[in-house]
Design a binder for this molecule. Structure first.
Ligand SMILES: O=P(O)(O)OC[C@H]1O[C@H](OP(=O)(O)OP(=O)(O)O)[C@H](O)[C@@H]1O
Ligand code: HPA
Length: 170
């Protein structure tokens, strides 16, 4: 299988630096500490690059959910592991690799809200344009067409996550 490169590594890294700066600027008058929630597995590459570009105290938290089988969403979000710290009175930033149908994020936001955080914002390195998910993505990366993409954390059947760029299989 070959991969067609859609977003090159240096473009991703430049975008991550910009988003990190926007996040720092957005929070710096509100708080000096945020809880960044990495949505495993796909967000691990973006999360790890992003936090290095945020000039605040960033407390890490990890959740693992999954709903895809190959290129198809099952529509059912399975929780494999969940938060290990309370979010009450904290500013929470959810870090996603991709928002496609929006099902995963809607599910996560619904459950995080129950913990009464001060705020919940979202960043995602890729957002697909096709779906009207209605989620306010405060810190978006790249807006892409409705094609199944891999790389930079994104997988097809668990492969291609370690590619440094984002592309699609041809
Ligand atoms: O907007 P949606 O249509 O819900 O799709 C987005 C979600 O799908 C992927 O996760 P996946 O279920 O493949 O698990 P993974 O992160 O372990 O690959 C991706 O990492 C997002 O969390
Ligand atoms: O396009 C995609 N690629 C990989 N994982 C995904 N999960 C939702 N959409 C995608």
């Amino acid at each position: 299988m070959a991969i067609h490169v859609l977003i090159e590594e240096d473009k991703i890294q430049k975008k991550v630096r910009e988003i990190g700066k926007n996040i720092t600027d957005y929070y710096k008058d509100k708080t000096d500490e945020i809880i960044a929630v990495c949505v495993l597995k796909g967000s691990v590459n973006y999360f790890s690059d992003l936090v290095k570009n945020i000039d605040l105290d960033v407390i890490y938290n990890f959740i693992q959910v999954s709903s895809y089988s190959g290129e198809i969403t099952t529509g059912v979000v399975k929780v494999k592991s969940w938060l290990d710290e309370p979010l009450e009175n904290k500013h929470v930033l959810i870090v996603e690799d991709i928002i496609d149908t929006g099902n995963t994020l809607k599910y996560i936001i619904k459950y995080l809200q129950r913990q009464n955080p001060l705020s919940i914002e979202v960043t995602s390195i890729v957002v697909k344009k096709a779906h009207e998910h209605g989620i306010d993505v405060k810190f978006p990366g790249f807006s892409i067409e409705d094609k199944f993409v891999v790389g930079y954390g994104l997988d097809y059947e668990e492969k291609y996550r370690n590619l440094p760029y984002i592309g699609y299989i041809i």
